[in-house]
Design a binder for this molecule. Structure first.
Ligand code: FEO
Length: 170
């Protein structure tokens, strides 16, 4: 049986994952505005992934007899100074998600709700992967640079990370 405090925290995580999905949607749209359709493809895929994260928690709450609540979605940032600033914001957002995942995991452990604790370990692993990914992207952007053809190669690089694009030129 899910405690009221864990039910509330899990519903907050539903909202956080939903917000992450919408933040990536806004990033995908911004990329399309810049003609960076490969990067847009990457952020659309990220948005879809966050939606699946949201639904996984949503379904979990109801499966353990809690009440999953559809969240209010706050409008995310819509404009960015440039691709570097946007990726930095994505990394910063992911770090905030990691902090809430750790908090939830700790709460479940303190309440000796090992079912929920175990469920949360998927998110612990996921967040580690996401932070590694965005740090990697920032390093690649730094290497490529944003001058001249830089934005073109960054676009290709991000498209390749969705698994659908041509490998980026070195
Ligand atoms: Fe599912 Fe990256 O937050």
């Amino acid at each position: 049986m899910l405690s009221k405090s864990l039910e509330k925290a899990l519903n907050e995580q539903v909202s956080i994952e939903g917000h992450a999905s919408f933040a990536y949607l806004a990033m995908a749209s911004w990329c399309e505005q810049q003609g960076m359709n490969g990067a847009a493809k990457f952020f659309f895929a990220q948005s879809d992934e966050e939606r699946t994260h949201m639904l996984k928690i949503f379904n979990y709450i109801n499966s353990v007899k809690g009440h999953a609540l559809a969240p209010a979605i706050k409008q995310p940032s819509l404009k960015f100074k440039g691709i570097v600033e946007m990726v930095k914001e994505a990394l910063h957002n992911e770090e905030k998600v990691t902090a809430s995942v750790y908090k939830l995991s700790e709460m479940a452990q303190n309440e000796k709700d090992y079912g929920t604790y175990n469920f949360m370990q998927f998110y612990v692993d996921e967040q580690r992967e996401e932070e590694v990914l965005f740090n990697h992207i920032l390093e690649r952007i730094e290497l490529i640079g944003t001058e001249g053809m830089g934005r073109y190669y960054i676009d290709k690089e991000l498209e390749a990370l969705t698994g659908g694009g041509a490998p980026a030129a070195e």
